[in-house]
Design a protein around this ligand. Structure first.
Ligand SMILES: Cc1cc2nc3c(=O)[nH]c(=O)nc-3n(C[C@H](O)[C@H](O)[C@H](O)COP(=O)(O)O)c2cc1C
Length: 361
């Protein structure tokens, strides 16, 4: 069958808006059709008519196919269309296509598409659709002219693919990207499919923390942040985690471009694809220099406080232990023999010890 040739008349009998016609997409005028799609349309045109699409090869097509006249009446639908819109094929055929269109499909959009189709061109875009249960979604649609046997354009053929999930994912990844871009934490991504994990992305917080612009470190390994006082044990941990493709959180001293040091709380995570192959490493850098010094001061303060408590505890205990001895010496009232003089010396020492323990020198 040649391009544009007509399928048997009987196939279209009784369909509104089309007297005796065939499913013959005007492929020459479908300027945006790719070869693959064209070949499908040729099969379509040569093998089926709109009202028996369900029993055709088109039931195996993933795309939802609808044939619609300019009054908006559905002349034919395949099984994917039935699945997409949630109606049986029989319920779709002969009904109005308007109920399938979401509220964002305006009359002016419809007019624009019809004008294009009437001019023998194709239209491609996204449309909101409504399912039989009232749920809405988006499909990506390619619409091309549908001609009758006199080669007049009497309607359109739409081929749609549900992209609701893609749109939701796009929105989600836009959100994630925005969160990464505007984060106060440094974020980097290194390509794990290339040798030595070259940097592929850094956000502006990373540039702010390190003083390096992305342009000057793109493609380099992140080890340029290490310096003479970087803890080698932490670096070994990183090396090991990378070797094992495991996530890691560590804290290490790093160096900015201007040579100043900062404490980096580094989180490193491998990113695997669906086939569990390592694709990239993602890292989060948090400059905790202030926290570290404040924490160090706080730790020292707590240590001192603890020591103080300990010392006063000891002093108290010591004092209690010394009291009877001190009292004993003072209560006897005996003349001071050499023995007592020595004891008095000892007592002075004890007083001194007690005062020392009180911190009262
Ligand atoms: C995505 C990514 C981010 C990294 N970020 C840092 C970092 O901020 N600071 C650092 O000292 N090392 C960082 N590293 C580790 C170094 O790049 C390197 O792997 C580490 O210094 C051990 O390797 P080497 O012994 O060959 O230097 C990062 C590694 C990757 C893959």
């Amino acid at each position: 069958m040649r391009n544009g040739e007509i399928v048997p008349e009987s196939a279209m009998d009784g369909l509104p808006g089309v007297k005796a016609n065939a499913l013959c997409a005007d492929i020459e005028s479908c300027d945006t059709f790719d070869r693959f799609y064209q070949s499908r349309l040729i099969v379509m045109r040569d093998s089926v008519s709109p009202n028996n699409l369900s029993s055709s090869v088109f039931d195996q097509m993933a795309e939802a196919i609808l044939v619609i006249n300019f009054d908006g009446i559905i002349l034919g639908a395949n099984r994917s269309a039935a699945e997409l819109f949630g109606y049986p094929v029989e319920a779709l055929c002969g009904s109005s296509s308007r109920r399938l269109r979401g509220s964002s499909y305006t009359d002016s959009q419809r007019k624009r598409i019809h004008e294009r189709i009437k001019a023998g061109k194709t239209w491609r875009g996204r449309m909101e659709f409504v399912k039989s249960d009232g749920q809405t979604g988006f499909h990506e649609t390619e619409v091309s002219p549908f001609r009758n046997e006199q080669n007049e354009i009497v309607g359109l053929i739409s081929s749609s693919r549900d992209v609701s999930l893609d749109i939701a994912l796009e929105a989600q990844s836009d959100l994630i990207l925005e969160a990464v871009r505007s984060s106060n934490f440094g974020v980097t991504i290194a390509d794990a499919t290339l040798p030595d994990l070259p940097l592929q992305y850094v956000n502006s917080a990373f540039e702010d923390i390190t003083g390096y612009a992305f342009a000057e470190i793109k493609g380099r390994n992140c080890r340029f942040l290490k310096g003479p006082d970087t803890d080698q044990e932490a670096v070994s941990d990183i090396r090991r985690a990378i070797h094992r493709e495991e996530p890691l959180t560590t804290m290490l001293l790093n160096y900015r471009k201007d040579g100043t040091r900062f404490w980096n709380r580094l989180q490193l995570s491998p990113i695997h694809d669906a086939k569990k192959r390592l694709r990239a490493y993602m890292s989060v850098q948090i400059d905790i220099t202030r926290d570290v010094s404040e924490r160090t001061i706080e730790r020292e303060r707590q240590k001192m406080e603890h020591l103080g408590k300990l010392a006063s505890g000891i002093s108290h205990e010591l004092n209690n232990a010394l009291q009877p001895i001190l009292l004993m010496g003072g209560a006897t009232g005996r003349p001071l023999t050499e023995k007592y003089k020595r004891r008095a010396g000892l007592r002075r020492q004890r007083y001194r010890a007690r005062d020392l323990c009180k911190g009262d020198r």
